[in-house]
Design a protein around this ligand. Structure first.
Ligand code: GLA
Length: 654
C-alpha cells in the first residue's frame, strides 16, 4: 500500500461538485462507485466558495461532499483550494496580482492570479490551509493533501516591486555582499556595477539582452519563490495532520521548476500528463517524463491528472481514438504510477474547459467515453498487484535544471537551437526502442547502481559536479557543449569542457553551430555513417581517441566523437546516436527488459515481476516473451511469444 493507504491502484479524477446542483452529486457518487472510482480530487478552485469574505468560512457544502464520497467508499485527495485567490482578496489587495516582465499587472478573471512573493497572498493561503486541515483532520475520506495546483502553469514568476524585494533578499542570502553579487553577475560588462542593494532587480524588459547571470539567478529564485508558497502550506498541514501525505501536481518535464528540489519537499510525487493524441512522438515523450516522475523520489508516483480524451487548451484538440485512453493509462502504470486519475470526473457545462473531455462526458452514460471509463476501472482492479512495485534501471540520464536554464537563456549563446528536451529525447528514444529501463538522475545522486550514465548536455558544470562524474565507475557518455560555465554562468578558465577536460581528454577550441537546415556528415572509424545537425565543435584532443570524424564541411577530418577510457564524448548533435549508444550498452552488458529486440511501436517495461507490453503502433506486433506467465488483463496463460493488436497491451505476471 502506498502513502495514501488506498489499497490497490488509485482510480478517479478531479471532481468539481460546486459546478453542479446537489441533486447531481448523488448520481456522481453512484456512477463513481459503478466505475470503481476509489479516489477523487476535490476543492482545487474552491477558495471563493469556502471563504466568501475575509474569515467568513462556509464548509457546509464541502462537508456534505466529503461525507457523501466516504459513504460510497471513495477517498479524497483534498486540495487546499489556494489555486485561485478569491475576488474579494484581489480587490482589497490588487498588489497580489502578478506583474509581467513589461510591468503590466495581470487582471482577475482566470486562475493562479498571485504574486508568489506576496506576503498577503501567502498568509491568506496558510490561513485557509490551516482551516481546511483543522476542519477535516479526522475525516475518514481524507487520504492525501493537494497543495495549490500545477505551480508554474500560468504564473511562473512575477516582476512586481514585492518580488523585487524578495529577489534582493534571496540574492543577499546567496552572495552576502554587493561585491559578491557584482562578481557573480559580471557587472563590469555593459556598465552594470551595483552600488546599493536597492538597485538589483528582476530581469524586466530592457532595451537589449538582459544579463544572463541575472536571468539564471532569477530562474533559481522564481522556482524557490513558488516552492516557498508550497512549503508554507505544507508546514501547516504537517503540523495539523502529520499522517496525511502531501503532494502538489507536477507538470511533466517543466522547464521552470527544479523538480528535484520540489520532490524533496513532498511525500508523494504526482504528475499531470497530457500527451497529444495527434503527436506520433507522444508515447515517447510521455515515457520520458514518467521515468522522471519515478526517479524524483525513486519510488512509485501518481498520475494525478490526464485527459480521458481531448483537452481544450491546444489550438486543435484531437480526441483519443478508442483504446488510447486505456493504452496511455497502462503506460503510466508501466513507468511507475500507482494509479490513473483524470481531469476531470464530469464534463463541465461552462467555463474555459467545457470542451475538455471527462470520465463522464456531456452525453452521459450511453457513450463510448463512459464505456471506456468503466472498462478501465475493471482493468485497474485486475492490476491491483502492480501497486507499490519498483523498477530497476541500469541506465541513467543526467538532468540538471540550473544547467537547463543556462543552456536556454535568451540571446547570449552560440546557438539557440540546443534544447534540452530534444537532447534528452534523442538519447531516450533508442533506449526506449530497445526496452531498456532508464532513470533520470540529478547531480549528487549515488550513481553506483548504474552501468551507463548519459549526460546529454551539461552546459553548467561545477568542479564538484565534474569530480562526482569522474568518480563514476561505469560507462559515461557526455553530450556537446558541456562543462562550459560555472554556477555563475561564467566560462571556465580555458573554455569548455572546463572541469571535464581531464575526464574527456580533450578541449573544445571553437563552438561551430550548424546553420538551420544543413546536415553535416560524420563517419565512424568502423565505417558507420552518421549525420550531425544543429551543433558541432572544433575539438583538440589531449589523450582521447577518435571514434568518428566530420566528413566534408568546415571541420572536415576533425574528431566528432571521442573516447577516453570508459568515457565517450560527442562534440556534435547526432540525428540518431543509436550506433554510438549501442556500442556503449553492449560493452556494459545492458539489455532490454524482454532480452530480445522489440517490434516497431512496442514499448516494454518491467515493474517488480510484471512485464508491460504496450503496442502503440498501427500494426499487430508479435513479442518474444522472456518467460511464461499470465496476462493479468485477460487471465490467459502465455509462453513463447504473444501477438498484440494495435493499441492493445499485455501485462504479464512472470
Ligand atoms: C491541468 C489542471 C486542471 C485542468 C487541466 C486541463 O491538469 O490542473 O485544472 O485545467 O489541466 O487539461
Amino acid at each position: 500500500m502506498g502513502p495514501t493507504r488506498v489499497p490497490g491502484l488509485l482510480f478517479g479524477g478531479d471532481y468539481n461538485p460546486e459546478q453542479w446542483p446537489e441533486e447531481v452529486w448523488e448520481e456522481d457518487v453512484r456512477l463513481m462507485a459503478e466505475a470503481g472510482v476509489n479516489v477523487v480530487t476535490v476543492a482545487v478552485f474552491s477558495w471563493s466558495r469556502l471563504e466568501s469574505a475575509p474569515g467568513v468560512l462556509d464548509f457546509g457544502w464541502l462537508d456534505r461532499v466529503l461525507d457523501l464520497l466516504h459513504a460510497h467508499g471513495i477517498a479524497v485527495d483534498l486540495a487546499t483550494a489556494t489555486a485561485t485567490p478569491p475576488p474579494w482578496l484581489v480587490r482589497r489587495h490588487p498588489e497580489i496580482q502578478p506583474v509581467d516582465a513589461a510591468g503590466t499587472r495581470l487582471e482577475f478573471g482566470s486562475r493562479q492570479g498571485y504574486c508568489p512573493s506576496s506576503p498577503v497572498f501567502r498568509e491568506a493561503t496558510v490561513r485557509l490551509a490551516r482551516a481546511m486541515a483543522e476542519r477535516y483532520r479526522d475525516h475518514p475520506a481524507l487520504v492525501l493533501w493537494h497543495v495549490g495546483n500545477e505551480y508554474g502553469d500560468h504564473t511562473v514568476e512575477c516582476y512586481c516591486e514585492e518580488s523585487a524585494r524578495d529577489f534582493r533578499r534571496w540574492l543577499q542570502a546567496r552572495y552576502r555582499t554587493l561585491e559578491g553579487l557584482n562578481a557573480a553577475w559580471g557587472t563590469s560588462c555593459w556598465g552594470q556595477h551595483y552600488t546599493d542593494w536597492t538597485q538589483p532587480a528582476p530581469p524586466r524588459k530592457a532595451p537589449g539582452p538582459v544579463n544572463p547571470a541575472q536571468v539564471l539567478d532569477w530562474r533559481r529564485f522564481s522556482s524557490d519563490a513558488l516552492l516557498a508558497c508550497f512549503e508554507a502550506e505544507r508546514e501547516v498541514l504537517k503540523e495539523v495532520t502529520p499522517d496525511i501525505p502531501v503532494t502538489t501536481n507536477f507538470m511533466s518535464l517543466l522547464h521552470h521548476l527544479d523538480y528535484w528540489k520540489w520532490a524533496a519537499a513532498e511525500d508523494l510525487v504526482s504528475d499531470d500528463a497530457y500527451p497529444d493524441p495527434a503527436d506520433p512522438l507522444a508515447p515517447l515523450k510521455a515515457a520520458l517524463s514518467y521515468d522522471l516522475m519515478r526517479s524524483l523520489k525513486r519510488r512509485p508516483w501518481l498520475l494525478l491528472e490526464s485527459a480521458p480524451s481531448a483537452v481544450s487548451w491546444r489550438e486543435v484538440n484531437v480526441p483519443k481514438e478508442p483504446g488510447v485512453m486505456r493504452l496511455h493509462s497502462l503506460q503510466a502504470l508501466a513507468h511507475g504510477s500507482d494509479g490513473v486519475m483524470f481531469f476531470q470526473w464530469r464534463q463541465a457545462r461552462y467555463g474555459p474547459e467545457k470542451f475538455h473531455s471527462a470520465m463522464l462526458p456531456h452525453g452521459g452514460t450511453d457513450t463510448r467515453q463512459w464505456r471506456e471509463t468503466l472498462a478501465l476501472g475493471a482493468d485497474l482492479r485486475r492490476l491491483a498487484g502492480v501497486a507499490g512495485t519498483g523498477t530497476r534501471a541500469e541506465v541513467a540520464l543526467l538532468l540538471d535544471w540550473e544547467s537547463w536554464w543556462g543552456l536556454e537563456a535568451p540571446e547570449s549563446l552560440p546557438s539557440a537551437r540546443l534544447r534540452l528536451h530534444q537532447l534528452l529525447l534523442s538519447w531516450y528514444a533508442p533506449l526506449h526502442r530497445r526496452g531498456i529501463a532508464v532513470d533520470l538522475a540529478p547531480h549528487g545522486r549515488d550513481l553506483s547502481d548504474y552501468r551507463v550514465v548519459i549526460a546529454p548536455n551539461l552546459y553548467l558544470c561545477t568542479t564538484e559536479q565534474a569530480a562526482d562524474l569522474a568518480a563514476f565507475p561505469g560507462r559515461l557518455v557526455v553530450g556537446p557543449f558541456s562543462g562550459v560555465v560555472d554556477a555563475a554562468d561564467q566560462v571556465h578558465p580555458g573554455g569548455a569542457p572546463g572541469p571535464l577536460r581531464e575526464l574527456l581528454g580533450l578541449r573544445t577550441e571553437e563552438c561551430w553551430p550548424i546553420p538551420d537546415g544543413r546536415a553535416q556528415d560524420v563517419l565512424a572509424e568502423d565505417g558507420t555513417r552518421l549525420v550531425a545537425r544543429t551543433w558541432s565543435e572544433w575539438l583538440e584532443l589531449d589523450d582521447a581517441q577518435v571514434l568518428a570524424r566530420y566528413r566534408g564541411g568546415p571541420l572536415d577530418g576533425r574528431p566528432a566523437v571521442t573516447r577516453r577510457g570508459a568515457v565517450t564524448y560527442l562534440g556534435c548533435v547526432l540525428d540518431d546516436p543509436t550506433p554510438v549508444l549501442d556500442e556503449v550498452l553492449d560493452a556494459a552488458g545492458v539489455t532490454g527488459v524482454t532480452g530480445a529486440p522489440l517490434p516497431e511501436g512496442v514499448e516494454a517495461c518491467r515493474r517488480g515481476d510484471h512485464l508491460f507490453l504496450l503496442n502503440h503502433g498501427a500494426a499487430p506486433a508479435t513479442v518474444t516473451l522472456p518467460a511464461p506467465g499470465a496476462d493479468l488483463l485477460t487471465g490467459r496463460p502465455l509462453s513463447g511469444s504473444v501477438a498484440i493488436a494495435p493499441r492493445d497491451a499485455v501485462v504479464l505476471r512472470l
